[in-house]
Design a protein around this ligand. Structure first.
Ligand code: GAL
Length: 714
């Protein structure tokens, strides 16, 4: 009897319970340099299932790699219905990613809960794209494929069983006492009884990101017109006002490729009918065709919340959530029935008459507007799971609709997540800090998403021009005048400078288009942080005492993040100025760099100070940079239209090669091999630099007219 009580005591004290033991993960190399591991019973619905994309065929061509971590240092434990994850963290390591952050780039030491939401002015994990992926400066990446809110402790806590536990110091007497001693683990908590994990090899950090993007089909390939200019007009504009807006752009010589209509095109909005307002747009089909004839496509704002006055209301009602958003019913887009009704309506009302794309609003969050976590959905997926994936679902199924119609799209969305890199959508928000916009642009490259630093309104002409300059060096060149009705020439004293910038954006279209093709086929983020650039390191910052990370592991983590300059495409370093600044410092990575506008040598591996004047945004070109440009057209070239190229070469390297992508620019024919890469080559003959372009391939699209080379550096 006594024994029995002892047994009971031990049992209730937890002593005899099977030890909640950490499991080691069995990894399978599913593509060269990509490992998948599954522990416990992961949720049936996850981010990759929501995105439902095919891995890129480029993965087959990648080199085999060694597993980049010591598997013994990875631990996964399933306890009380939750999964505890631990990944190692070296002393000299920095972490990037964990979604679309707006104020921080170095994520080491940070605590967040990844949670789809509108950015609320703090990087706490609540953001438009709470992507559970991080990349390490040591050249590997980790992805947690879960559609739950994930708690992240990115090296913020020291475990008592750590093999690297720091020496305990006394705050009273020891000058070396640290408030945040070295933590050797990234720990995460996932509210699920198991998890699917992915590890990506480098060798360089950018290669781990490329692999992550390629796993979901690579990056998106926008149509050429998507890289031109877009203006979003006042929310209540009617058809005549929209036409007049397009005419004003063309009369004044400002480029324009698509106009975005804001809520007023719909008969009712918040909640939406998805039907044209018959007073403002009496004949939408004719209107869209007429706009197309003058080279301007139409993009439609919408949110997915269905008005009782929508014709699809009663049909879609059985497939909607328990709770409404702005009194609209919420389609459960994880159900094919709901998708068929909603996107069937979009196809019939908009896509079939030539609408080019959407701005899909309000799919990110704002707790007070969105469905609450207690809401239920008919699919049985939880409110939390739908919140984490709703942005992916609207992108995936609207994109499928355009693919079905063999017409590429490029649009806007306010929410996304891991798995969405191949969807042609750019994230935006209601925040309006120029500085935060640039930090977000940098962070987008770490998370497989795109972000636009749109220009909306400005207090001064200086601010207008400075914001406009960064818009021209971003994934979508957008003015969002939905509330302000601003136009590029609204500030007359800088109207000409704005026009020059807009024309530069257009002239650079061949460069932007090839940059996006590299995103699509190779997974390389088109806009990236400096930390991904080879030759960029804190050690070249002459203003700081050189740092030995072995001796002082906190130095890099606490060092100032570089949030105000970034890489655009293969060769360009962009260093924007913000209102009030007349000069700034630019960190040039190792190797020679040249001024984009003049071709003059700018520096190498050093910090320079530039005073560019108001009309210029400082841009530098890497040594050997080949920049293909075209004339400053008012609209992107149409499918298969030939354009002449001016190819610029920077630096004095005696040999360089680059590649120029070409296809029809509008359809999905490229998915059936209807594309080509033309080789751009610079060589020295008898001491004179010469450039050549490879011959067009037989039976492949060829939009390249006359080619002239311009050697920018004398
Ligand atoms: C907001 C959106 C704005 C604008 C507005 C129209 O939610 O972020 O860009 O579209 O809706 O009502």
């Amino acid at each position: 009897m006594k024994r029995f009580y002892l047994f009971l005591l031990l049992l209730t004290s937890g002593y005899l319970l099977p030890p909640a033991s950490a499991q080691s993960v069995r990894w399978h190399e599913i593509h060269p340099g990509i490992w998948k591991g599954t522990v416990g019973k992961p949720d049936a619905y996850d981010l990759l299932k929501a995105a439902d994309t095919e891995p890129s065929s480029t993965l087959k061509k990648l080199k085999k790699a060694d597993f980049p971590l010591n598997n013994e240092d990875i631990s996964v434990e399933v306890k009380n219905g939750k999964t505890y994850l631990r990944f190692p963290l070296e002393r000299n390591e920095q972490l990037y990613g964990f979604g679309l952050n707006f104020q921080t780039i170095h994520q080491r030491g940070r605590i967040m809960q990844l949670h789809a939401d509108h950015y609320g002015k703090s990087d706490n994990g609540r953001t438009h794209a709470p992507v559970p992926f991080y990349v390490s400066s040591l050249g590997y990446g980790v992805f947690v494929n879960s559609a739950k809110y994930i708690d992240v402790y990115a090296g913020s806590s020291v475990r008592k069983d750590s093999r690297n536990a720091p020496e305990v110091q006394d705050r009273n007497t020891d000058k070396n006492w640290q408030a945040h001693p070295y933590s050797d683990a990234v720990e995460m908590l996932v509210p699920a009884e198991g998890i699917e994990l992915y590890v990506f090899a480098g060798p360089k950090p950018v290669n781990a990101i490329e692999r992550f993007n390629l796993l979901s089909g690579g990056g998106c390939l926008p149509p050429r017109w998507g890289l031109g200019f877009t203006q979003r007009v006042n929310r209540l504009y009617n058809e005549e006002q929209v036409k007049a807006e397009a005419k004003a752009f063309s009369d004044k010589g400002y480029p324009l490729d698509f106009i975005g209509l804001e809520p007023g095109w719909q008969s009712k909005s918040y909640p939406c009918t998805f039907e044209w307002d018959q007073i403002r747009f009496p004949n939408p089909e004719k209107f869209v065709k007429e706009m197309d004839a003058v080279g301007v496509k139409i993009n439609l704002w919408t949110n997915p919340y269905v008005s009782p006055d929508a014709s699809i209301y009663s049909k879609i009602k059985p497939y909607t959530a328990s709770n409404t958003v702005w009194n609209g019913i919420v389609p459960d887009l994880s159900m094919p029935e709901a998708r068929k009704i909603l996107f069937g309506q979009f196809e019939k009302e908009h896509v079939k008459i030539g609408v080019s794309g959407y701005k899909i609003d309000e799919v990110d969050g704002f707790d007070t507007y969105l469905w609450p976590d207690v809401a239920t959905f008919p699919s049985g997926h939880t409110a939390e799971q739908l919140r984490q994936t709703y942005g992916l679902l609207v992108q995936k199924y609207s994109y499928d609709m355009f693919r079905k119609n063999n017409s590429r799209t490029y649009g806007l969305v306010r929410g996304s997540n891991a798995g969405g890199s191949s969807f042609p959508y750019v994230i935006y928000n209601d925040n309006y800090s120029h500085e935060d916009f640039i930090t977000a642009l940098i962070n987008s490259g770490y998370s497989g998403v795109l972000w636009t630093p749109e220009v909306r309104a400005s207090k001064t002409s200086e601010e207008w021009l400075r914001r406009f300059q960064t818009v021209c060096f971003s994934p979508m060149a957008m003015i969002n005048a939905w509330a302000s009705s601003t136009q590029p020439w609204t500030f007359p004293d800088v109207a000409e400078q704005v026009k020059d910038m807009a024309q530069l954006r257009m002239r650079m279209m061949p460069y932007w288009y090839s940059t996006f093709a590299k995103y699509h086929y190779e997974g390389t983020p088109p806009f990236r942080g400096m930390n991904l650039e080879e030759g960029f390191g804190m050690e070249i910052n002459k203003e700081k005492t050189p740092t030995n990370l072995e001796e002082n592991p906190y130095e890099e983590a606490t060092a100032k993040e570089v949030k105000n300059q970034y890489m655009a495409g293969e060769y360009l370093l962009v260093a924007p100025l913000f209102t009030g600044q007349t000069s700034r410092k630019v960190i040039l990575p190792k190797g020679k760099w040249y001024d984009f506008y003049t071709g003059k040598f700018a520096g190498e591996g050093e910090v320079i100070t530039v005073t560019p004047g108001l009309s210029k945004i400082p841009v530098f070109v890497k040594d050997g940079g080949i920049i293909p440009m075209m004339p400053a057209l008012l609209h992107a070239p149409k499918a298969n239209e030939k354009v002449d190229l001016e190819i610029r070469y920077y630096g004095k390297k005696q040999a360089a090669v680059s590649s120029l992508y070409d296809d029809d620019g509008e359809t999905f024919a490229y998915e059936n091999n209807r594309y080509t890469w033309r080789e751009l080559k610079v060589e020295s003959r008898n001491g004179v630099l010469r450039g050549t372009i490879s011959a067009p391939e037989k039976d492949k699209p060829n939009t390249i007219g006359r080619v002239t080379w311009h050697f920018m550096t004398n």
